[in-house]
Each structure stands twice: as structure tokens, then as C-alpha cells.
Write a protein that binds this ligand. Structure first.
Ligand SMILES: *Cc1c(COP(=O)(O)O)cnc(C)c1O
Length: 463
């Protein structure tokens, strides 16, 4: 078995260290409820269903690849976050994870608020009827036009990200005769990654205004002086796909420290703090995410404790989960095109999509699992790498997984936990058409984002 004959580097011919991949699961037909949407199950005929509809039927009606979204699961997760945080806190769904008008309506109905970070996301939110005062506008480089649209629309808050933006938003609001509610995004020197976090004095990144060096305090000073702004709180977002709550603990400690300094200097207690999003989900069976009620309890306790020791009234908390709501609710359905065994190494399974519908594996080295969903199989497991159809050897969807050894062209396979940052980051690389999003609920399926067509492509290309 050759494991060292490929000098081309990891993107070209990855040479796996021994034991990199885990052993095959005991039952390849089983679907771990941790990584699959709530209503997904395998029927007696072996076909996997979601919301009561078989994937073979979905593939026939809507084609592949397709993102299949479990609406009941989405609503249940949104509701679970809302309920967990109760009426003394606000849950803002981070639209960048996946935004469509149907999703906006579901969020609205379930009582969640919405984060947007571009004019396009704002337009989508408003066009689907999200009340502007429940929208927060984020971003490190909002254009003056975007700011003006947001202020005119009456968004509930703009999260200020730089000294220039403090002045820009104040000026625009004032010229429109408005006073805009704002938060200031600060960086507290906490970098959280999955199972660990690093607390430092400084944070080397483009977002926010550093707490270190008195910059955040200076930003507050300036915002408080400007008539166009109503400063309602401080914002901190520490990372993504986080499992360990201790990063939030350090962040909350530092944010509350700033609130205390503000009280001491200005004699005011800011009424809100936003702790951002970033809560992790299970992409594979190895991940163990927390439930919303555990997260709510932990965050509320941390903030309450910190405020008590600083002798501050506990501010209203907001959180901004994106992935944790939509991530687990969708899977990507692909048809197998070719199956190419490389002796002694692995089998390459090519699907009809790839890095254009899921860039996370190439971009972040993300882990995914995959299952044969159009039938059950008792064949021996084979080690596979699921790859796309793009002209790029880094076009990998699932790095290492096991599928039944009798896998053949025409089989349908599905990659779970693709609800977040897949459709929203999808591209047209190789002029591949972006897949539709099909929402399924109680035996009914409907397209909420249609498949792109060649006509769509050609319409943009004006010759
Ligand atoms: C990306 C982002 C989120 C959402 O992150 P998830 O990992 O999807 O929960 C929330 N708030 C801010 C400011 C973000 O940039």
C-alpha cells in the first residue's frame, strides 16, 4: 500500500497518515440522528425519507444535486432557541448561514430576529416581511448606500465596526432626521475554535474595535457624543463551530468590564449586550453539541454573575446563532456519477455537484459524513472520498467516509448537516448551476430557492 508516493501536496494527492480515518460504522444503513435532520429516516424499502417523502421521489421531481431542507426541524430548532432564552433575551438568526424568503417568514412566525450583513440580505429580509425593528445590520464595511437604506428602513440596530463607521452612521442618521440605535462591536481577545479557545490581549482580525489599548472605550466616548446615534450596547462575536463555553465566559467577563468602565466614566449603564453566534453542530458522530437550553442557561449565568460582581444591572442579552439553527436541518442530495477504486488507497466517488455547492471542505478542511440513501445495502464497507465534478483536485465534498462496496452510478447519496454556509457560499465555478433548496414538511415538498438555469448564467453575461 503506497502512502508516500504522491509528492504533490495535500490538495492534490493527500497521503493519509495511518489511522487518520476511523473504523467503518457498525451499520452503514443507520442514520445518526445527531447529524441528520429530525424527520429523516430510512423506510422499510431502504429508501431514506424526509418529512415523509422519499429521496428518490425528490430526485425525480427536483433533480440533483439539491439541498433538501426539513422545515419542521428548522422551525423546531428556531423555537428551541427562542424558548431557551425566554422573553428577557433576543435571538437573532444569522442570515449569512442561509437566507431565503421562506426562511425569513419562518423566523418571523417563530418570533426570532434577524442579522443581515449586506444590502442583499437586508433586501431579502424586508421583502419577506421581517419587521425592520427586528433586524440587526452587521459588517465591517457597510457602504454609505447600505447604511442609508438600513436607517431609512428603520432597522432595530446597526452594529458599528470601526471609528469611521461611527461617524458615517451618525451623519447619515442625522441627515435623515433620525436617531439610529447602535451597538459597538468590540474584539475582546478571545479566539474560539471548536474545542478550545485562546484568550489574548489583542486580536489580529478585521472585525470590531479592540478592547485592548482603550480603543473600545474611545469608540463609546465618540458614539455617546453624536446626536444621530443611540448607543444601546456592546457586541462581541468570538468565532464559529464552538463547543466549549469557556470562551464565552472570558468574553462576557471582558464585555461586562467595559460596561462597568462606561458606567464609571459616563454614569450610564448600557441596556444590552450581544454575545454573537458561533455555537457548534454535529457534522459527524464525533461532535457533541450542546442543546439551546444548556447554552442559554450557561450564558445567562455567566452574564448575571459578572454583572453582580461589577454591581451592574444585568443587561438584556442577545445571541446570534446561524449554523446551530439551520446547519443540521438540511442535507445535500447527489447522484453518483462515477466510482473509481484506487487499489489499496480508497475509492473516489464523483457526484454531480461539488465545491460549488459545498466549499467548506476545501476552504476549512471541514468534516462531513455521507450515506447511501436511495436503497439499503448489506455490502462490505469501502473507504471513499466523495468528490465533485469541478476541474480542481481540491474539489472534495467528503474527505473520508465509508459507503457500501456495491455503490454504483445512479445511486443517490446524501451529505448531512449542509444547511449552513453551503447554499449561501455556493458559486458558479465551471459554470455549474447552483442547486435548488427544496423544503419538505409533512409529506409536501416545495422549492424555496429554484435551481439556476443556463439562461440565468447567460443573462448575466451580456456579451
Ligand atoms: C457569522 C456570525 C454569526 C453566526 O455564526 P454561526 O457560527 O453561524 O452561529 C453571528 N454573529 C456574527 C456577528 C457573525 O459574524
Amino acid at each position: 500500500m503506497s502512502r508516500s508516493a504522491h509528492p504533490a501536496g495535500p490538495r492534490h494527492a493527500d497521503v493519509l497518515p495511518e489511522g487518520h480515518y476511523s473504523a467503518p460504522p457498525a451499520d452503514l444503513n443507520a442514520l445518526d440522528p445527531k447529524v441528520w435532520a429530525q424527520t429523516v429516516e430510512r423506510g422499510e424499502d431502504g429508501v431514506v425519507t424526509v418529512g415523509g417523502i422519499g429521496v428518490t421521489q425528490l430526485a425525480e421531481e427536483y433533480g440533483t444535486p439539491a439541498y433538501v431542507l426539513d422545515e419542521a426541524d428548522f422551525r423546531a430548532r428556531a423555537r428551541a432557541w427562542r424558548t431557551a432564552f425566554g422573553t428577557d433575551a433576543d435571538v437573532f438568526y444569522a442570515g449569512k448561514a442561509f437566507l431565503s424568503r421562506a426562511v425569513v417568514r419562518w423566523l418571523n412566525e417563530e418570533g426570532l430576529n434577524l442579522d443581515v450583513c449586506s444590502g442583499g440580505e437586508l433586501a431579502t429580509a424586508l421583502s419577506a416581511g421581517m419587521p425592520a425593528d427586528r433586524i440587526a445590520f452587521h459588517g465591517n464595511n457597510k457602504s454609505p448606500e447600505e447604511i442609508e437604506r438600513a436607517v431609512r428602513a428603520g432597522v432595530g440596530r446597526i452594529v458599528l465596526d470601526s471609528f469611521q463607521e461611527i461617524v458615517r452612521v451618525a451623519h447619515i442618521a442625522q441627515s435623515l432626521g433620525k436617531r439610529q440605535r447602535v451597538q459597538i462591536r468590540i474584539t475582546v481577545g478571545v479566539e474560539a475554535h471548536t474545542h478550545e479557545f485562546i484568550a489574548t490581549a489583542h486580536e489580529d482580525q478585521k472585525f470590531g474595535i479592540p478592547l485592548a489599548g482603550g480603543h473600545a472605550a474611545e469608540a463609546v466616548r465618540r458614539a455617546l457624543q453624536l446626536d444621530g446615534l443611540e448607543l444601546i450596547g456592546i457586541h462581541s462575536h468570538i468565532g464559529s463551530q464552538i463547543f466549549d463555553m469557556s470562551g464565552f465566559e472570558v468574553a462576557a467577563h471582558r464585555v461586562v468590564g467595559l460596561l462597568k468602565d462606561i458606567r464609571d466614566e459616563h454614569g450610564i449603564e448600557l441596556p444590552e449586550i450581544d454575545l454573537g453566534g458561533g455555537l457548534g453542530i454535529a457534522y459527524t458522530s464525533d461532535d457533541d453539541p450542546r442543546e439551546p437550553h444548556e447554552i442559554a442557561k450557561a450564558l445567562t449565568e455567566i452574564v448575571t454573575r459578572e454583572c453582580e460582581s461589577a454591581k451592574l444591572r444585568t443587561p438584556r442579552i442577545s445571541v446570534e446563532p446561524g449554523r446551530a439553527i439551520v446547519g443540521p436541518t438540511a442535507f445535500t442530495l447527489y447522484e453518483v456519477g462515477t466510482v473509481k477504486p484506487l487499489d489499496g488507497l480508497r475509492t473516489y466517488v464523483s457526484v454531480d455537484g461539488g465545491m460549488s455547492d459545498n466549499i467548506r471542505t476545501a476552504l476549512y478542511d471541514a468534516e462531513y459524513t455521507v450515506a447511501l440513501v436511495s436503497r439499503a445495502s448489506d455490502a462490505e464497507p469501502m473507504l471513499v472520498r466523495v468528490v465533485g465534478k469541478h476541474c480542481e483536485s481540491g474539489d472534495i465534498v467528503v474527505k473520508d467516509a465509508f459507503l457500501p462496496g456495491d455503490l454504483a452510478p445512479g445511486d443517490l447519496i446524501a451529505v448531512p448537516a449542509t444547511g449552513a454556509y453551503c447554499r449561501s457560499m455556493a458559486s458558479n465555478y465551471n459554470h455549474v448551476l447552483r442547486p435548488p433548496v427544496v423544503a419538505v414538511r409533512e409529506g409536501e415538498a416545495r422549492v424555496v430557492v429554484r435551481r439556476e438555469t443556463e439562461e440565468d448564467l447567460l443573462r448575466l453575461d451580456v456579451g
